[in-house]
Ligand binder design. Structure first.
Ligand code: M6R
Length: 607
């Protein structure tokens, strides 16, 4: 899941390539590089680590060509060194690659036997040498790329730049996204529309198996069988959006603080505020005929699915199974043709989630995608889209996308409940009112940040942390542990509070913080018993609950975060805020990069 970009412009391409790469750094930041043509000759500059290292290199060794390609890497094959950084090159071309070429070993042996010398540990160099070999056999650049595409297996996107061809870039998509942007006498390629936003808002998306021959005059799209096909250029909303941190130190902080607004937008998408009713949703199946619902997603989106399970089961009385996509896609589960599967994804490009959606479609069943990127592969493939209106999320950790996913899940659950006659009109109005109250409650909760920072100070010296919750606070405990791990690198576990006595209670000692998520819900009393079990064993309890929770718990607390009073049903949307702030501040106190944690990438387009 790297970010790739190509520019056929009129001025120097390198600064614009870097500008685009800044918008793609969410896809990986292990190394970066650019290549341009100067008087027809290929020139490359690459650097290990984040993009700023490449910028420093380029300041010392500027590139002047008006055509070029760029790459920001999330390492899969080969260490994150400068040598393994893209673009990869032969004496005939340079290429940038996102994804994995699965049969690279066989192809590498074949090419090595022909005398090609590999300079890197990557699978991507194959993509350079395969085309070089076809060129050496006398093929044109387009024919050489097409012949090579037929030989590579896996999920990838590529952009090629050819020595001596200053009006040609060739891009290809097979399982990883690629967009073509149309400017004024200029053309662009990029992993997404956001990367191209500084240059154009007119974008066409390659379909699965497509490849495109791009010149300054336009793009010719061809499908996997080499037929010329039409791919429409559309005006994309990403064109107006600038990825800026504003006054915040990190994108993550900005995105946490945007939540009252974006949750409000998402609620307003699903709810007619005046009537206190749900807006109609275009279900791809009749909700009354459903026997069950499946939810498939990865990471934090999977957690949103777990919360959704509680809501759908409660409001619609439908059994729900929730799967991580990497398991679902290979388990070959039986798919009920009359069932409904909900896919949850911020990026809409997560490889495992996308593959699971394809599996469901191939089995003739219907799908709804809860997605944030409206133009993404998952959004385009699903039968219906339930959008989250979080706006672009740049921080690697999912924050505002998560709470907006929760809102969309809540709206879907309520919609199913109403359509199936489980919820009455009065229930709908009451619950919609509770959902509409969440942006205000989130805003109130954000004021607790100084108190959260004090707790984070304590967490920052811990080696392990345990998060506990019951009911919908259980998935939130999983989310708390995931956030803390990915941002601070402190080991953390999330557990169902009632499960504690079946094993993890053995971990309780005076060193490990135990964070209890205790909204006032019908199982809060049970959570109190679990806190007492921890307290009896000398555990350090950090309680996040409403104003009276501490008093009622009647245990020694190391810390208490008093949350606003609220109806419990949609509490996860509000309790997500301290969970996110806690992980963020712990990471910042520990000097970690909260926006770009080590080893991670925002959009996981490899499996
Ligand atoms: O784009 P998606 O929502 O499909 O991404 C899924 C996960 O990769 C993502 O939620 C990941 O777990 C986040 N880094 C968590 O903060």
């Amino acid at each position: 899941m790297c970010g790739i970009v190509g520019i056929l412009g009129n001025g120097a391409a390198a600064p614009r390539l870097v500008e685009a790469l800044k918008r793609l750094e969410y896809r990986g930041y292990d190394s970066a590089g650019v290549a341009t043509l100067e008087r027809g000759e290929l020139k490359r500059v690459r650097a290990e680590g984040k993009l700023r290292n490449l910028e420093t290199r380029l300041a010392d060794h500027p590139l002047h060509g008006a055509i070029g390609i760029g790459h920001t890497r999330w390492a899969t094959h080969g260490r994150p060194t400068e040598n393994n950084a893209h673009p990869h090159a032969s004496d005939r071309l340079a290429v940038v690659h996102n994804g994995i070429i699965e049969n690279f070993r066989t192809l590498r042996e074949e090419l090595a036997a022909k005398g090609y010398r590999f300079a890197t540990e990557t699978d991507s160099e194959i993509a350079a040498f395969l085309v070089t070999d076809e060129l050496a056999a006398g093929k044109s650049p387009a024919d050489a790329v097409y012949a090579s595409l037929r030989r590579m297996r896996g999920a990838f996107a590529l952009v090629y730049l050819f020595e001596g061809e200053d009006n040609l870039l060739i891009g290809a998509r097979q399982g990883a996204p690629l967009a073509v942007g149309q400017g004024d006498g200029e053309m662009f390629l990029g992993s997404d529309a956001l990367a191209l936003a500084p240059f154009t808002d007119r974008v066409a998306y390659l379909e699965e198996g497509d490849w495109a021959i791009v010149t300054r005059e336009g793009a010719e799209f061809r499908d996997a069988d080499n037929n010329v096909v039409q791919r429409r250029f559309v005006k994309t909303p990403a064109g107006g959006l600038l990825a800026e941190k504003g006054n915040y130190r990190h994108f993550m902080a900005k995105e946490i603080h945007e939540q009252p607004e974006v949750i409000g937008h998402t609620v307003a998408h699903y709810v007619d505020m005046g009537a206190q009713r749900l807006k109609p949703f275009d279900w791809p199946v009749d909700p009354k005929s459903l026997n069950r619902v499946s939810i498939v997603a990865c990471g934090t989106a999977h957690v949103a699915g777990l919360v959704g399970k509680y809501w759908i089961e409660r409001f619609a009385r439908l059994p729900v199974e929730v799967d991580v996509a990497s398991e679902y896609r290979y388990r070959e589960p039986p798919v009920d043709k009359d069932g409904l599967t909900i896919f949850v994804s911020q990026s809409g490009e997560t490889a495992d989630t996308l593959a699971s959606l394809r599996y469901v479609k191939d089995n003739g069943a219907r799908s709804v995608a809860v997605v944030n990127v409206a133009t993404s592969s998952i959004a385009r493939l699903a039968d219906a889209v339930a959008p989250t209106l979080a706006g672009p999320e740049i921080g690697v950790a999912s924050t505002k996308a998560f709470t907006c996913q929760l809102v969309a899940m809540a709206a879907l659950a309520l919609g199913l409940g109403r359509a199936r006659g489980v919820l009455s009109e009065a229930d709908e109005t009451r619950l919609v009112g509770e959902l509409a109250a969440t942006p205000g409650l989130v805003a109130e909760t954000l004021k607790l940040e100084p108190a959260v920072e004090k707790i984070a100070q304590k967490l920052s010296t811990a080696r392990d942390v345990l998060y506990l919750g019951r009911g919908t606070a259980y998935p939130l405990a999983l989310e708390g542990a995931l956030k803390l791990k990915e941002l601070s690198y402190i080991h953390a576990e999330g557990y169902a509070a009632g499960e504690l006595k079946h094993g993890p209670i053995a971990l309780i000692d005076a060193a490990m913080p135990v964070i209890v998520l205790g909204p006032r819900d019908p199982v809060f009393e049970k959570t109190i018993s679990n806190m007492q079990e921890v307290s009896a064993r000398g555990g350090r309890i950090f309680l996040i609950g409403d104003a009276h929770a501490a008093e009622e718990a009647a245990v020694t607390l190391e810390s208490f975060l008093p949350m606003p009073d609220m109806a419990s049903t949609f509490a996860p949307i509000v309790y997500a805020i301290p969970v996110q702030m806690l992980a963020y501040h712990t990471a910042v106190i520990m000097g970690k990069d909260a926006d770009q944690p080590r080893n991670l990438a925002k959009s996981v387009t490899v499996e």
